[in-house]
Ligand binder design. Structure first.
Ligand code: HEC
Length: 394
């Protein structure tokens, strides 16, 4: 008996699982507190006298909860104050570990591509580290030196994300590019917690302990960062799901579509913020949904135009030869490509009919040039066109 374990694959899987759980905890806490803050109502006279500025009653899991938010702080300060920070830190740390295991360790397969700024696997890794660090530095510059008001801060994020997206798609393979936009935004979110929100809360608590007034400017900055995080949540999730969105990142101007979808997502989030604060503006959701559909239609037009080039007569056996040369090395029950133990994604492609069986996924993977992975087998454009034509695309 032999036991075959692909350590990297399992490590990536375990990390991704952890990352999703941590992310749910972070975003869940964040959504909850945004909702809570915007839903507080005027407290009873008795609680008002105790320094409580807003209250809320809720039922959950069979119990009734009573929440009160203090104007500044209770006296004496509670012994146990729960801090929400590890949700954010563990999400960022596990995401970074995942980035390293998937995109840095396997940089030759996932990060590089033809006609890109990052050509060698090592240069691509260096470019990725620089990209994320520079994105954070520019973000801090915008938040600390350039934009003072929340409206301006949110407004400047739009051209900034377009620029980030453009640079990512010029530098990295398309799938990695979309993920990098998300990783840059997620790094800003984690930094908002680590560099501003938590330090502001520490300053707040220690000022109270010294019997001084809490510093107002730091509290304002923390609130601004938390607003940024609130609007960034949905765009980040969009980019993190990029693996499943070849139809977006595979587009010729994907660098514009990614920020466009992100903007729609942030705008949809705005509806919920308004709603929590008691302002029902369903038109926001209607506009966001209409914009989403418009973007989907725009994506579709271009794809169809490109695909019409791939028709032509196919000699018998030609398709079988292409599959054998360019797919079977990896996609076989026992792959011959070094480093492969099992068929990737569980897909075995030995005969042309195997391709037909998974037609939709194969067409997407070929049209977006995701497959053959990193074009390791040096598949020629006319071979790609021949396979697409065999599969009846369009
Ligand atoms: C060098 C190895 C390699 C070669 C050659 C290769 N693939 Fe893949 N393929 C992979 C790997 C690895 C994955 C899993 C990618 C992932 O999800 O990270 C994959 C996944 C796929 C998927 C699933 C994508 C999805 O998520 O829907 C399809 C479809 C696919 N390959 C088709 C093909 C076709 C068709 C060919 C031949 C033209 C081919 N592959 C050649 C390695 C390869």
């Amino acid at each position: 008996m032999t036991i075959e374990v692909d350590v990297l694959t399992w490590l990536a899987f375990a990390l991704r699982w952890f990352h999703v759980i941590a992310g749910i905890a972070w975003i869940g806490a964040s959504f909850y507190f945004i909702w809570l803050d915007l839903s507080l109502i005027t407290p009873s006279a008795e609680r008002d006298r105790r320094g409580i500025s807003g209250e809320l009653w809720a039922i959950h899991g069979g119990g009734i909860y009573e929440v009160g938010k203090y104007r500044t702080h209770p006296t004496p300060m509670p012994k146990h104050l729960h801090w929400f920070k590890w949700e954010a830190y563990s999400t960022w740390l596990s995401g970074t570990a995942l980035l390293i295991i998937v995109y840095y360790v396997q940089s030759d397969a996932y990060l590089v591509g033809p006609d890109l700024w990052a050509r060698s696997p090592a240069a691509a890794v260096a470019a990725s580290v620089f990209y994320l660090a520079a994105a954070l530095a520019v973000y801090e510059l915008i938040m600390r030196k350039i934009a003072r008001t929340v409206a301006l801060q949110l407004g400047l994020m739009v051209p900034f994300v377009v620029l980030l997206s453009f640079l990512a798609f010029e530098t990295f393979a398309a799938r990695a590019a979309m993920l990098h936009v998300g990783a840059a935004l997620a790094t800003m979110m984690a930094a908002n917690v680590f560099l501003v929100i938590i330090p502001a809360q520490k300053a707040f608590v220690s000022a109270i302990e010294r019997g001084e007034d809490p510093p107002v400017d730091r509290a304002t900055a923390a609130k601004q960062r938390s607003t940024q995080n609130n609007y960034l949540t949905l765009p980040v999730l969009l980019c993190m799901l990029s693996t499943h969105a070849a139809f977006i990142y595979g587009h010729a101007v994907a660098w514009l579509f990614v920020p466009a979808f992100a903007l729609v997502a942030a705008y949809a989030r705005h509806y919920f913020n308004e709603k929590h604060a008691g302002r029902h503006r369903p038109m926001i959701l209607v506009v966001a949904a209409a914009a989403f559909v418009a973007l989907v239609l725009l994506l579709g037009i271009e794809t169809r135009k490109e695909a019409t080039t791939s028709t032509g007569e196919l000699a018998p056996g030609q398709v079988a030869g292409i599959v054998a040369r360019h797919c079977t090395g990896c996609h076989a029950a026992s792959p011959t490509q070094p480093g492969y133990v099992v068929p990737p994604a569980g897909l075995v492609f030995v005969t042309p009919d195997d391709l037909r069986e998974h037609r939709a996924r194969v067409v997407t993977s070929l049209e977006t040039q995701f497959m053959p992975l990193a074009n390791l087998t040096a598949m020629a454009p006319d071979e790609r066109a021949a396979l697409l034509s065999f599969l009846g695309s369009p």
